[in-house]
Design a protein around this ligand. Structure first.
Ligand SMILES: Cc1cc2nc3c(=O)[nH]c(=O)nc-3n(C[C@H](O)[C@H](O)[C@H](O)COP(=O)(O)O)c2cc1C
Length: 180
């Protein structure tokens, strides 16, 4: 069985979750902004995506490669400021990905991190402005102060799904794969 982790992120938190999964599985990790792996080479796929401006950053890649992976076991995790289960998050994901994709992938929402001091000045200014006009006090606070919800235990449900899927699909676990 060949499995891999594919991710898109901007500021490092989706990458961090991808490598936490890699630490426990040895599945290779691909940064889709830098590499063009062929997803049809893999039997099981873990996709990671940050949520930026109400959209999963993996949207374009996932739509383009969906025909090649739609019959394989696929897990999608998103990394956002908004908490898992929040209706806004569900709405953004549903609006960006088709109902067919959401029906087939196993979806795990996770929370990330925002360090305002790491943003380029222009984005920090935009964030400040957006925070000023934001009505929801929780969102306003996150935008104006940043946040850190990174949690290594967040990957546990993903690891459980991987174990269950390997067993259910009778996938052969071969030699550990090199992680690069
Ligand atoms: C420009 C920008 C826009 C963002 N937009 C959203 C958003 O619409 N909804 C949300 O829940 N989080 C939003 N976030 C928070 C990110 O989802 C969060 O910081 C996540 O951890 C980023 O992942 P990354 O570090 O892999 O890029 C935004 C962050 C930035 C910097």
């Amino acid at each position: 069985m060949k499995a891999a982790i594919f991710y898109t992120g901007k500021f490092g938190s989706t990458k961090k979750y991808a490598y936490w999964i890699n630490e426990r599985t040895n599945f290779p990790v691909f940064d889709l902004k830098k590499e063009r792996p062929d997803p049809s080479d893999y039997d099981l796929l873990i996709l990671g995506s940050s949520i930026i401006s109400m959209r999963p950053t993996i949207k374009k890649w996932l739509k383009a490669h969906w025909p090649a992976i739609k019959n394989k076991p696929v897990l999608l995790f998103t990394v956002s400021g908004t908490e898992p289960g929040h209706p806004d998050l569900q709405k953004w994901v549903l609006n960006s990905l088709s109902a067919e994709i959401l029906d087939r992938v196993h979806y795990v929402p996770l929370r990330g991190r925002l360090r305002l001091e790491e943003l380029p000045w222009w984005l920090r200014s935009m964030m400040k402005f957006a925070a000023r006009v934001e009505k929801d006090p929780d969102v306003k606070k996150r935008m104006s102060e940043g946040f850190d919800y990174m949690d290594k235990t967040g990957v546990e449900p993903i690891l459980d799904w991987i174990d269950d899927t390997i067993e259910k699909e009778h996938l052969e676990v071969g030699e550990p794969q090199l992680a690069w």
